[in-house]
Write a protein that binds this ligand. Structure first.
Ligand SMILES: O=C(O)CCC(=O)C(=O)O
Length: 243
């Protein structure tokens, strides 16, 4: 992780979980296309389903997964928060995505901070291959402490991710990466759990937009992950007067 910027953890999801999450992601994507709330990208051949925390209790398991959370803690400290929980579906014919660093790093001046600020995890619901849109990434590029420019289409050190479904590809958000082109006739699907240090602004405002049932059942760990323990303070209120 320190030198290359990533870890590949195989066999994290069971076959039943893979099937269930893939079905859920595809069903939600279809529903959102039908009701006009779909978030499409890559000439409408890519689709994100965002706010998964409000779209099924089963997605909470990803946030507290015992195999993956120690890696986030290693990178971001044990008070890190969730930035987004999303799925990314890359349909047949989709072109390669643009090479980038994640979230707040894209808005930071260079040189980027030496310490990790954000970390991403892709939960593979299909085997990823160079042909079906498997993520392209540049090992070690987090050490450059630079951002790819808008013109960076590919990098000489770039590699395609080949890994079996059920794996989690977890990486420093400063490592250059992008979705690949899908030249097969099957969609490629993954879940994305992206986290950041507790003092940074997450991509989505979980603290204020969780559904009531999600808020009611949250454990102390989930409360922290949703950012409720790291909010800016409100106005001071008068101290109670003792007589
Ligand atoms: O779905 C992928 O392969 C890449 C996703 C990505 O680029 C991201 O989450 O920042």
């Amino acid at each position: 992780m320190d030198g290359q910027g990533f870890l590949l953890l195989e066999g994290v999801l069971t076959p039943d979980e893979i099937e269930h999450y893939r079905r859920q992601a595809l069903d939600l994507a279809e529903k959102e296309r039908a009701d006009g709330t779909a978030v499409l990208h890559t000439d409408d051949l890519g689709q994100h389903v965002r706010w998964l925390v409000n779209k099924g209790e089963e997605f909470e398991r990803l946030l507290t997964h015992p195999t993956v959370t120690p890696v986030f803690e290693y990178l971001l400290g044990d008070d890190y928060t969730l930035s987004t929980l999303t799925s990314n579906i890359i349909s047949p014919g989709a072109a390669a995505g643009g090479c980038h660093v994640d979230g707040p790093l894209g808005a930071m001046p260079e040189p980027l901070p030496e310490q990790p600020m954000a970390a991403n995890s892709l939960w593979l619901l299909d085997d990823f291959t160079p042909e079906n849109g498997g993520t392209r990434f540049v090992p070690g590029s987090h050490l450059r402490r630079r951002k790819p420019t808008a013109e960076t289409v590919s990098d000489p050190d770039e590699q395609p991710l080949s890994a079996p479904k059920g794996s989690v590809f977890i990486f420093n958000g400063a490592m250059w990466h992008a979705a690949g082109a899908n030249t097969t006739d099957e969609a490629r699907c993954c879940l994305i759990c992206f986290c950041c240090r507790s003092f940074l602004k997450p991509m989505f405002d979980f603290a204020n937009h969780l559904h009531d049932d999600v808020r009611e059942r949250m454990t102390p760990q989930l409360r922290r992950l949703y950012g409720l323990d790291s909010q800016p303070r409100g106005p001071d209120v008068p101290a109670p007067r003792g007589d």
